[in-house]
Design a protein around this ligand. Sequence first.
Ligand SMILES: Nc1ncnc2c1ncn2[C@@H]1O[C@H](COP(=O)(O)OP(=O)(O)OP(=O)(O)O)[C@@H](O)[C@H]1O
Length: 292
Amino acid sequence: MLEIDGLRKRYGDKTALDGVGFTVRPGEMFGFVGANGAGKTTTMRIVMGVLGADSGEVRLDGRPLGYDDRRAFGYMPEERGLYQKMKVAEQIEYFGRLHGLAPAAARTATDALLERLGLVERRDDAVEALSLGNQQRVQLAVALVHEPTVLILDEPFSGLDPLAVDALAEVLKDRAAEGVPVIFSSHQLDLVERLCDSVGIISAGRMVAYGPVAELREREGRGVLRVVVRDAAPGWADGLPGRIAREGDRDVLLCEEGDDQAVLRTAMGAGTVEHFGRRQPTLTEIFREAVA
Ligand SMILES: Nc1ncnc2c1ncn2[C@@H]1O[C@H](COP(=O)(O)OP(=O)(O)OP(=O)(O)O)[C@@H](O)[C@H]1O
C-alpha cells in the first residue's frame, strides 16, 4: 500500500502543497485531478524522490520509501524523458536494463510491450521520427518495462487518440489487476471516472475531495435534478436555479439546488415534461463544486 501523508512544499513564498495525503492500495487505480497548478506534478515528483518535501512522508507498506523501492516504480514524468535519437525498441530495452533487468528479460519485455502498444512497426525508428502520440506510447512502455511495483503517471493520456487511450487504459487495468497500485493525473474527467476506483481532487495544494468514485458521487447529497421539456420556448427556465445544458439536439435543465416542486410547476407550464428526475453528479460536476 502506498501512503502519501501530509506533504508540504513551498517554492519561495509560494505554497505548492499544503498537507496533501492519500492512500493507494494494491490493485487500486487512483485518478489524481485538479486545475492547472494545483499541485499534482509536485506531489508525484515528491513520491518519486525527484523533489524533496518540506515535510510529510511517503510510505510503502508502512515503511518510508527508499531508493530501491523507487527504482522498482514505473514513472512517466510530465517533462517526459526519451532519448530522441535512440531507436524505439533499443530505448525500451535500455530502460529495462537501467531498472535491473537481465538482457534477455529486457528484450522479452520490450517485444511484449511493442506488441501491446501497437509499436511493432516502429521498433527501429528513432523516437524523434514518431508522432507525439506514438512517443507517448514509447514513454509508457519505458515506464512499464521492468514490471513496476507501483505506477506513477503524469498525464499519460494527454494528446492520445481514442484508440491509443483504449490501449493504454487496458494496459493500466491489467497492471492494476496484478496488484500494482496505479496513480495517474489527468484533466480528462470522464476517463478518470470510467477507469479509476478512487479519485483525489486537489485544489491549491490541498485535497478537497478524496475517495472511491461511487462514494463521492453518493456523498454529493441529492444529486442533480434533470428536466427535459418538449416544445418549451427558449428561456423557459430563466429565473429557476440551475443551468441549461445541451444534450444531443435538446436543451436540458440541470439543477443542483432549489425546490423541486417549484421547478416542476414551471416546467409543466412551459411545455410537455418528458423527463423529471435526479441522477448522481458526474465527476466533472463534483470537481466543479469541489474547486469552486
Ligand atoms: N520549480 C518551481 N518553481 C516555482 N514554482 C513552482 C515550481 N514548480 C511548480 N511550481 C508551482 O507550484 C504549483 C503547483 O504546480 P504543479 O506543477 O505541481 O501543478 P499541477 O497540478 O501538476 O498543474 P498542471 O495540471 O498544470 O500540470 C504551481 O503554482 C506552480 O506554479
